[in-house]
Design a protein around this ligand. Structure first.
Ligand code: NDP
Ligand code: 8X3
Length: 252
C-alpha cells in the first residue's frame, strides 16, 4: 500500500515541488492550499504523470475551525497519514518594527505559527494512535538568525524552530519522527507575496546569484522522509552555494 503524505501549501513553490516529488516516488498525496483552481490543476497533472492517488483539500491553515474540519472530513483511508509536511507560510513586507503593519503581523503569526499548529494538532493525534508517522516542518534561515526588517516573519520562523524541537520530545514515545528543514533563499512566489505583487522588487532578491529552486528543497524533504526507521534528521539547513547566512551572498 502506498504511503500517504499531506502537504500544506501545495499550490506553489516548495509545497508543490514536494507533492510532485513524493507522488513520483510512491506516495499518495493530500494537497492543500486556499486556491482551488491550482489544487485542481496540480491533481490533474500528478494523476497524468504517475500512478499516485491525489486528494485535493482546500482550506486556509490559519482558520482554526476550517482547518480542523478539513482534516476531520478526510475519508478514513486518507486519514492514515504517514508524512505531514507543514509548509504553508508567508512573509508580508520588510519594514522596521516601528513602521510595520499589525494586520500583516497577524497574518504571519496566524499562518506560520497557528496554522502549523491547527493541522499538526489533529494529524499528530492520528499518528500517535497509529504509533508511527513523520512530521517535517519547513522553517527558514530566518528562524535561526534575524535580519533588518525581518522582525515578525523571523519571529514566526523562530517559533517553528522551537515547536519542532518541542514536538520531537512530545512525539518521540510514539515512534513519530519530527524534522525541520530550514532553507535560505528559494526562488518561488515567496518574494512576490512578501512585496504584495511587486514583481520587480521580488526579482531583485534573486539577482546576481543562483538561488535554490523549490525542487532542491523537495529533494531534501524526500531524503529526510526516506531514511531508515531508526534515523531522524532533527534539523537541516539548506541554502544556495552563493549564500552563507542571512547577510552573506556572493552576488556577481
Ligand atoms: P510560495 O508563496 O510559492 O508558496 C506558499 C504556499 O503557502 C502556497 O501554496 C500558499 O497557498 C500557501 N499558503 C499561504 N498562506 C496560506 C494559508 N493561510 N492557508 C493555506 N495555505 C497557505 O512560497 P514558498 O514555497 O517559498 O514557501 C513555502 C514555505 O517555505 C513557507 O513556509 C516559507 O516561509 C518557507 N520558506 C521559503 C523560503 C524562500 O526563500 N522562498 C526560504 C525559507 C523558508 P495558497 O495561496 O493557495 O493558500
Ligand atoms: C525565507 C528566507 O531570508 O527571506 O524564509 O527570510 S528569508
Amino acid at each position: 500500500m502506498a504511503k500517504i503524505a499531506l502537504i500544506t501549501g501545495a499550490t506553489s513553490g516548495i509545497g508543490r515541488a514536494c507533492a510532485e516529488k513524493l507522488a513520483a516516488n510512491g506516495y499518495d498525496v493530500i494537497i492543500t492550499g486556499r486556491r482551488a483552481d491550482r489544487l485542481a490543476s496540480l491533481k490533474e497533472e500528478i494523476e497524468k504523470s504517475c500512478s499516485a492517488h491525489v486528494l485535493a483539500l482546500q482550506y486556509d491553515v490559519s482558520l482554526k475551525t476550517e482547518a480542523m474540519n478539513a482534516i476531520c472530513s478526510l475519508p478514513a483511508a486518507w486519514k492514515e497519514i504517514d508524512l505531514l509536511i507543514n509548509n504553508a507560510g508567508l512573509a508580508l513586507d520588510l519594514k522596521p518594527i516601528h513602521e510595520g503593519n499589525p494586520d500583516d503581523w497577524d497574518t504571519m503569526v496566524d499562518t506560520n505559527i497557528k496554522g502549523l499548529l491547527y493541522t499538526t494538532r489533529l494529524v499528530s493525534e492520528i499518528m500517535a494512535g497509529r504509533q508511527k508517522g513523520h512530521i517535517i516542518n519547513i522553517g527558514s534561515i530566518a528562524g535561526k538568525e534575524v535580519y533588518p526588517n525581518g522582525n515578525v516573519y523571523s519571529a514566526t520562523k523562530h517559533a517553528v524552530d522551537g515547536l519542532t524541537r518541542a514536538m520531537r520530545i512530545d512525539l518521540m514515545k510514539f515512534g513519530i519522527k519530527v524534522s525541520q528543514i530550514a532553507p535560505g533563499a528559494v526562488e518561488t512566489e515567496f518574494s512576490e507575496v512578501r512585496f504584495k505583487g511587486n514583481r520587480e522588487r521580488a526579482k531583485k532578491v534573486y539577482e546576481g546569484y543562483q538561488p535554490l529552486k523549490a525542487e532542491d528543497v523537495a529533494e531534501a524533504v524526500f531524503f529526510v522522509a526516506n531514511l531508515p526507521p531508526h534515523v531522524n534528521i532533527n534539523d537541516l539547513v539548506i541554502m544556495p552555494t552563493a549564500q552563507a547566512g542571512s547577510y552573506f551572498f556572493n552576488r556577481k
